[in-house]
Design a binder for this molecule. Sequence first.
Ligand SMILES: [Zn+2]
Length: 404
Amino acid sequence: MESNQTTACGAPKIEPNTSSTSSLTAAYNWFQDCCSTHTTCNLKLFSKTGWYPTRLIDIGQKESFHWRLLVVSEDGISPQSAPYMTLSYRWAPNPKPILLASNIDEFRHGKPIKDLPQTFRDFIVVARRFSIRYIWIDALCIIQDSRGDWEIEAPTMRFVYTNSICNVAASVSKSPSEGLFRSRDTDKLKMRIVPCSLYSGKEEPSYIYEDFWDKDILKAPLHKRGWVLQERILAPRVLYFGKDQIFWECLTRRKCELLPNGLPLEIPSRRDLLDQLHWAGASNSRKMSDTLYNLWIKYIEEYSQCMLTNPSDKLAAIAGIAQLFQDFTGDEYIAGLWKSRLVEMLGWNVSAPRKLKSLDYRAPSWSWASTDGDFTLRLDYEVHLPSLVNVYPHELSDRGVHTI
Ligand SMILES: [Zn+2]
């Protein structure tokens, strides 16, 4: 039976490694809670019923020491509607193993798990803890020396992630050899409480809250990579393995081990995207609202700070989000810009240009996608994103803490 492990004073029990039983049990409980009780997360507005990637990795039963590549249309999966998980990670130069035209039969026959990079092996540990038998990893599921295969697979990235039951992000790892899990100093991971009268006028115990999300996720090495933005935004659920903690993000909640019932501050997130796209799709107007347009600009701003191994992927690595916008708004996507906002979008500016790694053509010169550097665009109107929600101390009272 699963249960949240806590200390005697009610605080979450933090063990010295993120691979610990209590950490993976917490992650599993978040996953189960989302799958069984979060109505919004299970609407599957962005996914495609019955869709599967061309290839998947079968990790077999818990005791299996081998993985094998499945060609889904030929090998099938069992049961027929079995879910799969995806992995967001940073590539390394000359990664091994990778799927090639020459080793596809070998991969389909089966290979030892022990020969995979540490991050892939750790990902299998998590998938097995979640009782998920199938996983998708780009290096093993796309033929890396075939331009033809890439041209078929790249446009499907949107559905690879929207149909994933949960995406695992190796946030703190700079290469596949670094693994998902980390040791941590549990003494530094204690929530502090001080008396505070800011909210109610009388002194109440309040948390000293550190912005874990910004520090451990948004500034982590993985999230500086271009492809990862859409993987994070398109997946219905993401489990992030950070330096000190595991984090959860779905369309309903954000959680971490220190705050297992939810992070105190809600900031504009993927929920806004879902709400706005749902509204645009359901309304007759099907137009690009100011809020949606502002979200697009925010994504481009964030994306422009990321790096791409292949500069030619500049538009491809964000095409999944663009397709989603296009489907729900009916607007026309033109090389990173929107037809209904073309004139205002042409006012883009790059505040810190980076030297181009390649002069190969990738977008028209009037598109921000032709440049590298921090993108900015002044908005000429007031936008109304959902405001920050103040959280009062009494709303946090059910969260376990260490006092000073
Ligand atoms: Zn959820």
